[in-house]
Design a protein around this ligand. Structure first.
Ligand code: NAD
Ligand code: IPM
Ligand code: MN
Length: 365
């Protein structure tokens, strides 16, 4: 999988590990296992540093992301890995907002890169489709839209309550995510870009997307550009997934469409993502959440987290190791070395062990 960053020169490459909450902890343990195995096999200069910030830590200490930490991550680290955040004891998601969204926004990681790939026909939920039909990437805008947290309440808690939740779009923000998608299409050989918005209704914000799209697509005559309203796109992703190569869309639409995409590839247990600002420290995480009811049960599939470490390795310039991580997942699925969500009978750590063994070449491929 080609990602979009240029490798940075930094030795050793420090990687911040934030397991987070719930199954985030379970899958991160396996992701670390795989990263350590890759580091050993390819002699990678990785130095993993684990941080404790999560719901427990917040409830005990009141601390979410410590002051000055964003600067430290940007200055001293080469990458960040996150498991997942979300805990019912923190209903307003204060810690997740500060840590997860804090890192996305604070480090200006404007590309949420989410590849959707069906690794084996047996995981396909669609009749008549096979692995060759489901292979596209979503460029989700990651620093604007409905996620900026601007709004308020009037007469809160009464029947007269008014709630306002603003979305923002800037020319700079829309232009740069579109360019990232078109650049990627050109470089990766996935020559088709589909932009999805709801400009028929969102006549201000999404009209800006339309105008930026017209300008940017005209600069890439070698890339096939297409527009769909997001509702039509949702339908086409199920009916004709083979017609998509690169999708670029808003923050909220990208969030929703990539869970749909996860469904196409076998579920949230296998959907990986990268939060990128090319040339800067970036953050890698599975698309799934903390799935609290699975926490500590051994049922969580670590493959989404492991595939996210593949994206991380690629971003750090370790293309061979990155490709091997993806190959290990592909092989493990073929041999049913999977958790129950993918039809197997292994536990989280057994899958992690199996992937590490494949990566270390301790089993025949
Ligand atoms: P979720 O992704 O945690 O789980 C939804 C369902 O998907 C699970 O019940 C399970 O059936 C399946 N699933 C998810 N990950 C899996 C895995 N690794 N292996 C096997 N099955 C898996 O979403 P939710 O239940 O809507 O949210 C739970 C909490 O996570 C909430 O607090 C939510 O806000 C948070 N959340 C966090 C992130 C993140 O940290 N990036 C993403 C989504 C949701
Ligand atoms: C995701 C998640 C997050 C999002 C939540 C937990 C803030 O759903 O990464 O897809 O909405 O971006
Ligand atoms: Mn989501």
């Amino acid at each position: 999988m080609t990602t979009i960053s240029a490798p940075r020169e930094r030795r050793p490459q420090k990687v911040a590990i934030l397991p987070g909450d719930g199954i985030g902890v379970d899958v991160t343990r396996e992701a670390v296992k795989v990263l350590e195995t890759a580091a050993e096999r390819w002699s990678l200069p990785l130095e993993l540093v684990t941080f404790p910030w999560n719901a427990d830590h917040y409830l005990e200490t009141g601390e979410t992301l410590p002051d000055g930490m964003l600067d430290e991550l940007a200055r001293d680290f080469s990458a960040i890995f996150i498991g997942a955040y979300g805990d019912s004891r923190v209903p307003d998601m204060k810690h997740a907002a500060d840590i997860l969204l804090g890192i996305r926004f604070g480090l200006d990681l404007y590309v949420n890169f989410r590849p959707i790939q069906l690794y084996h026909d047996k995981l396909c939920p669609l009749v008549g489709k096979t692995a060759k039909d489901i292979d596209f990437v979503v460029f989700r805008e990651n620093t604007e839209g409905a996620y900026v947290g601007i709004g308020g309440n009037f007469k809160r808690g009464t029947v007269d309550e008014v709630a306002i939740q603003e979305e923002i779009y800037t020319h700079r923000g829309v232009d740069r995510i579109l360019r990232a998608a078109f650049d990627y299409a050109r470089r990766s050989g996935r020559g088709k870009v589909c932009m999805a918005d709801k400009s028929n209704v969102m006549r201000y914000g999404h009209d800006l997307w339309q105008r930026c799209f017209a300008t940017v697509s005209a600069e890439y005559p070698d890339v096939e550009a297409r527009h769909l309203f997001v509702d039509a796109l949702a339908m086409q992703l199920v009916r004709k997934p083979e017609t998509f190569e690169v999708i670029v869309t808003t923050n909220m639409f990208g969030d929703i469409l990539t869970d749909l995409g996860a469904g196409l590839q076998g579920g949230l247990g296998i959907a990986a993502s990268a939060n990128l600002h090319p040339g800067r420290v970036s953050m890698f995480e599975p698309v799934h959440g903390s799935a609290p009811k699975y926490a500590g049960t051994g049922r969580a599939n670590p493959m989404a987290a492991v595939l996210s470490t593949g994206l991380l390795l690629d971003d750090l310039g370790h293309a061979e190791a990155a490709a091997a991580v993806e190959a290990a997942v592909r092989e493990a699925i073929a041999y049913d070395e999977t958790t129950s969500d993918l039809g197997g009978s292994m536990t989280t750590s057994e899958v992690g062990d199996a992937l590490a063994r494949r990566l270390a070449r301790k089993v025949p491929a």
